[in-house]
Design a protein around this ligand. Sequence first.
Ligand code: SAH
Ligand code: SF4
Length: 342
Amino acid sequence: MKRSDNNFKAFSRQERKEILSELGQPAFREKQIFEWICRGVLSFDEMTNLPKELRTELSSSFGFFSASVKLVQVSEDGTRKYLLEMTDGNLVEAVFMKYEYGNTLCISTQIGCNMGCVFCASGIGGKIRDLEGWEMLDEYLICRKEAGEDINHIVLMGMGEPFDNYGSVSDFLRLVHDPEGVGLSYRNITVSTSGIIKKIPVFAEDFPQVNLAVSLHAPTQEERAALMPVAKGNKLDDLIASCREVSEKTGRRITFEYALIAGKNDREEDLKALSKLLSGMLCHVNLIPLNPVSENGLKGASREAAKAFAEKLERAGIPATVRRSLGQDIDAACGQLRKKHT
Ligand code: SAH
Ligand code: SF4
């Protein structure tokens, strides 16, 4: 059994059992190794309950990590932005953030992104490749190790469109949830999509407990399509209908992300259209002043304007909050750090 870079984590648990069986080992060795991997050890040698010869044999035949830390930027508010270098030399971003409810890691699902949203740095240059589920797990393990703190929430809001890499994202969700490993609760994970409608019911069926966030950013089809090309083939009315359907089915609140762009989507008429669009839905609007990305010339609304927008939405019966803007001093808008280093 071979994988291109022979990384042991690239094999499924079943495949790992077969490899170990070929080496004359009992099946429980796989469980032991998986537990060690998820505890965050850096080599087979640290797996002290394995026979010494087996550790040597595995070390000589297999690689261990798919990535290493190339750069960490630490913000005054405790945010840590990571630039990870994958074994093929590509760069991936992940961000560690401290919230009242616990430590959160923002994970990338692709290298680059093909969706081309005009306000986003991750889309500049398109998609280079998808990340595998175990590479996403490595993002988690490596950042947790470097931060030296437990991480009990994950958001898939880094580079990439999770629903454009659904198979690997599903692998990752199952891996990080596996009670024999990290054992993270599905309720502590959020997947954010730019709105690939056909995957929404599939996701809700496969992972009813995982939180769904949808990047809305505009309350009309026309405005949205001007900001997000994905909206051309995924019409706003159909998107909202699908969200209504799954939230009713799962009983879970959907988060709508809305980056406020001065003079573009933060006007009184936008507010009215947005309130009407989401009226009566089990949802929550997460407002954030747009993080400026030098390439597109768009300006974020002020924090005060964002707060006023949230209050008016609340008054119209739509739950809304302004997201705390963490790591402003360290290029926290996704894709910016990678772009600087490629
Ligand atoms: N591709 C997915 C998830 C990654 S992007 C998606 O689009 O939902 C995570 C969030 O950051 C999305 O809501 C995205 O629209 C938002 N975002 C991207 N660039 C931004 C910027 N410059 N300022 C504020 N939010 C931004
Ligand atoms: Fe891709 Fe999301 Fe950025 Fe759009 S906002 S380009 S979907 S990462």
